[in-house]
Design a protein around this ligand. Structure first.
Ligand SMILES: Cc1ncc(C[n+]2csc(CCOP(=O)(O)OP(=O)(O)O)c2C)c(N)n1
Length: 589
């Protein structure tokens, strides 16, 4: 390949290096200053590119893509507010420890701080949320080895191929004219020579492998041996590939696995052993049960549980050993509940513990949890028989209807919470995602599309009306997606979440400033983006609409119209039904 000028040479250097680090996809938003980066990525034989015009959506797409299997995409944009539009998704990626390579084009040094058009200070633009490095505009003094060193150092701080640490890396690249690939003489041979040298040196250094992660397993063994009745908590972001070892340990210890909806365990696959429970949010706070459900010890993996009631329960039973297993250093423990931390990959730690620990014969504790699950599941089934489509029954219905091995993406704020409360454990191997790092209601549709691409699976998105309005332009991405995305909009005319908060008591400000009803239907919006549209009124009608889209393998929109105030009452009611069922059972004896 003939490289036309030094700008494109530098761009190639960066793109090639990212490809070596495992990047296969570059998401490009159009602009002029970024032309060398576009030239280099579009010509690369091992790279695919995707155009998303809105940088905010592009970055959220990359977040969704990374969330599925931890693969990093590259983002390319021009200078100015284009780069600023990446910021919300960068924060989400940082908080969720997802890898992301952000390539922003910038103006050269001589145009900085002089009021030049489309020029802002992009140096360290994302602050602490990205590991950032600015590359000067290349000229005759350009040194390929120095550039690669700088690049590699930035990447190493947040990313390695085994994905034990991850987060956004910001590469701010300054370019002078010419930006287009016009031919201009430069010393290509010298720079290629420097590049080869650098890679040979890197290869030599990488042959040393470090493994010093063994801290704490022996201590953990002793602690666990001291507990007959325990729990394993699989929080958000525990991935499928860790499931087998966690399942085996649960089986051996007869400890239930608390499966957060985002843990990839709620929809387990057939082959995973162990005792997953999913409906704990419905019973864990029932007064006289807490004592009976109290474990003697806990092993926890993944992020902060979605369920507020579970977090409260953990606070209440503080004092027992709670062992957190994680390979990174970030603290995810706002309530200071963890008594021990093992710094090791989760599946490796589980395997080691499994080989050290003896089987537990105790059954009563486990049976109690499994019996509660059964009661809740039948309670939800009886409730759904009324054919009333609401923000409770929809989750049971989706968990029944979604095909095995599909993907499910949940919006903040209520969809992820409701799914966490009402989706029972189902052996379907469905992959679940949500931007729960900072729980933004922006960029949800684009994230779901990125998730669909990353998983390479048909995806069902459940989203509220306000979150949907935030990201309407991303409906265009759906209409182009190779993996059909079905958007289920729960239109309760405003923010349903706020009815569950104390602010709901303040009538004079609540409706206008918090619930913020927008009084819209999404039918014509669906038409604008060519999405088939349905507005079912019952569970049966919903089932037919979903089935119709699925059987044609189509994208589409299903809008469910709901009364927000009634929804709050229904949540209270279902909890009361479950409470009664448990109170009338032998469990309350
Ligand atoms: C970008 C962003 N802006 C504001 C918020 C605060 N917020 C949290 S939930 C919510 C309302 C969500 O309404 P909707 O998407 O309709 O879902 P529902 O609560 O009805 O399930 C708002 C505004 C946020 N989390 N993120």
């Amino acid at each position: 390949m003939k490289i036309p000028n030094i700008n494109v040479f530098q761009a190639h250097l960066v793109i090639d290096h990212l490809v070596n680090e495992g990047v296969e996809l570059f998401i490009i938003s159009p602009g002029s200053r970024s032309a060398p980066l576009v030239t280099a990525s579009s010509e690369h034989p091992n790279v695919s590119t995707k155009i998303i015009i809105d940088e905010r959506a592009a970055a959220y797409f990359a977040v969704g893509y990374a969330r599925s299997f931890g693969r990093a995409a590259g983002l390319i944009c021009t200078s100015g507010t284009a780069a600023a539009n990446y910021f919300p998704a960068i924060i989400e990626a940082y908080q969720s420890r997802l890898p992301l390579f952000v390539l922003t084009a910038d103006r050269p040094e001589e145009l900085q701080g002089r009021g030049a058009n489309q020029t802002i200070n992009q140096f360290d633009l994302y602050g602490e949320y990205a590991c950032s490095v600015t590359f000067p505009a290349p000229d005759a003094s350009f040194n390929a080895e120095e550039t690669l060193n700088k690049l590699d150092n930035a990447i190493k701080k947040t990313w390695d191929k085994s994905n034990t640490i991850a987060g956004p890396v910001h590469l701010n690249l300054r370019f002078r004219e010419p930006l287009a690939p016009v031919v201009e003489k430069f010393d290509e041979d010298k720079l290629c020579h420097q590049t080869d040298n650098w890679y040979q040196e890197k290869l030599r250094n990488e042959s040393v492998i470090e493994n010093d992660n063994q801290v704490g397993i022996d201590d953990a063994q002793l602690l666990i041996e001291g507990c007959r009745n325990g729990l394993i908590i699989a929080g958000p972001e525990t991935r499928h590939r860790k499931a087998t070892s966690i399942g085996k340990l649960s089986q051996k210890l007869r400890w239930p696995i608390i499966t957060d909806i985002l843990s990839q365990f709620r929809f387990t696959s057939q082959e995973i052993a162990g005792y997953p429970v999913g409906l704990y949010d419905l019973y864990i706070d029932i007064d006289n049960l807490t004592e009976k459900l109290k474990p003697e010890g806990i092993i926890q993996v993944g992020g902060l549980p979605t369920s507020k009631r579970l977090n409260q329960f953990l606070n209440l039973i503080k004092g027992i050993p709670i062992i957190k297993i994680q390979s990174h250093d970030n603290i995810i423990d706002p309530d200071h509940i963890h008594t021990h931390t093992i710094h090791l990959q989760e599946d490796e730690a589980m395997r080691q513990l499994d080989s050290l620990l003896q089987p537990n014969e105790e059954k009563t504790f486990l049976d109690r949890w499994l019996r509660l699950e059964y009661l809740c599941r039948t309670g939800l089934e009886e409730y759904a028989r009324g054919d009333c489509l609401n923000e409770i029954t929809i989750y049971k219905e989706i968990s029944d209807l979604i095909p095995a091995r599909d993907a499910l993406f949940l919006s903040s704020s209520m969809p992820v919470r409701d799914a966490d409360s009402f989706v029972p454990v189902t052996r379907k191997g469905v992959t679940v995602g949500c931007n729960r790092g900072v729980s933004g209601i922006d960029g949800v549709i684009s994230s779901a599309c990125g998730f669909a691409k990353g998983c390479n699976r048909p995806t069902t998105l459940i989203i509220g009306d306000l979150a949907c309005m935030h990201d309407l332009t991303s409906l265009k991405i759906i209409s182009e997606s190779a993996n059909p995305v079905i958007v289920i909009i729960i239109n309760n005319n405003g923010g349903g979440i706020f009815h569950f908060l104390p602010i709901a008591e303040y009538d004079e400000i609540f409706e206008k400033y918090f619930a913020a009803p927008q009084n819209i239907s999404f039918e014509s919006t669906a038409g604008m983006y060519g999405l088939p549209y349905y507005n079912p009124k019952s569970i049966t009608e919903f089932g037919s609409a979903y089935h119709e889209l699925k059987s044609d393998n189509k994208f589409g929109m299903i809008e469910i119209t709901i009364d927000r105030r009634d929804n709050y009452k229904k949540h209270e009611h279902i909890r009361e039904i479950i409470r009664q069922k448990i109170t009338n059972s032998e469990l309350s004896a």
